[in-house]
Design a protein around this ligand. Structure first.
Ligand code: KMH
Ligand code: ZN
Length: 303
């Protein structure tokens, strides 16, 4: 059977990196719109979007901050819009789903377990900004709890069910796959599902190829063949793991939310640059990249 085309997602700004870390990180509505449009033109079929406070670039889950860029992206591209429900570590799930409820996008992220959440120490390999990682982690670790209880997951599922939104089930460790299976067993989600395997967040599974194979084999066992999957490697793991996933029949996610770099020690100039790079790798290795409409078809989106 011919392999399906590779869907490239681009996570444009996220909630982790700060504008002090890279001039390329978009945070004004103009920049988020412009970089999203350029990423779509470079080959991203899905745009995974967070909002930022336009003044200082801090994390925002205010639907009005999404409203400042979403219409422009929709008008200029055919890309699938995926709105984060991960949002901010500081807000309750009821607030984190407000943008999705207001805009009813084709896709939303849905994080499949509670966890500690920080950069992985391996990210230090690419550290260009000076920061005492270990000290900051230990001293501030109480503020790095990412809460996604079964109640929270259930609330996202039931509140958004009338909107017929396809979830990007974010799984940061093998236990999250079992959480997802449990949620399916109690009727929260139906196949076919779309899983984002995430590697390299401290608190989740590490960014090694063995772990990718383990996650994939576990998902095969739990979900059979009726699921689609994608890989997100944080920091320096982004391109290597995306490349490997694309060769294993998976889809890929890049973007400045997940890594600020384009190669070892070199900051990316834009999201589009990362999309163009992974697209070039995927195509040079013999696979084809999906258009937004092909991605809609593959994932069964409402369109
Ligand atoms: N920042 C990624 C590691 C979300 O937006 O729901 C995970 C993420 C979470 O994209
Ligand atoms: Zn995100």
């Amino acid at each position: 059977m011919a392999r399906e085309k590779v869907i490239i997602s681009c996570a444009v700004t996220g909630a982790i990196h700060t504008p002090t870390m890279s001039d390329a990180l978009p945070y004004t509505p103009d920049d988020i719109a412009a970089q999203s449009i350029a990423a779509a033109e470079a080959g991203a079929a899905i745009l995974h979007l967070h909002a930022r406070r336009p003044g200082d670039g801090g994390v925002s889950i205010d639907p009005d901050d999404f409203a400042a860029f979403l219409p422009r992206i929709k008008q200029a591209t055919n890309a699938v819009v995926n709105i984060s429900t991960g949002g901010s570590l500081l807000n309750a799930i009821e607030e984190r789903i407000a943008p999705a409820l207001r805009f009813s996008p084709e896709m939303c992220s849905l994080n499949m377990g509670s966890m500690n959440f920080s950069f992985h120490p391996l990210a230090k390999r690419y550290d260009t900004w000076k920061f005492d990682w270990e000290k900051a982690y230990v001293e501030n670790s109480d503020s790095f709890i990412f809460r996604n209880t079964f109640r929270d997951i259930g609330l996202v599922a039931t509140s958004l069910a009338p909107h017929n939104i396809k979830f990007e089930h974010e799984c940061y460790d093998v236990g999250h796959l079992y959480n997802l299976r449990f949620c399916m067993d109690i009727g929260l989600f139906k196949a076919p599902i779309f899983i984002q395997f995430i590697f390299g967040i401290l608190g989740g599974i590490g960014p090694e190829v063995d772990n990718l194979i383990f996650m994939k084999r576990t998902a095969d066992r739990l979900f059979g063949t009726d699921y689609r999957w994608s890989v997100l490697g944080a920091g320096g793991a982004q391109m290597p793991l995306a490349t490997t996933a694309s060769q294993m029949g998976g889809n890929v996610r890049v973007g400045l939310e997940d890594s600020l770099f384009i190669s070892r020690g070199k900051l990316a100039g834009s999201n589009a640059q990362q999309v163009a790079k992974i697209r070039g790798i995927v195509e040079s290795l013999g696979a084809e990249v999906a258009t937004p409409d092909e991605a809609r078809d593959i994932l069964g989106l409402k369109g």
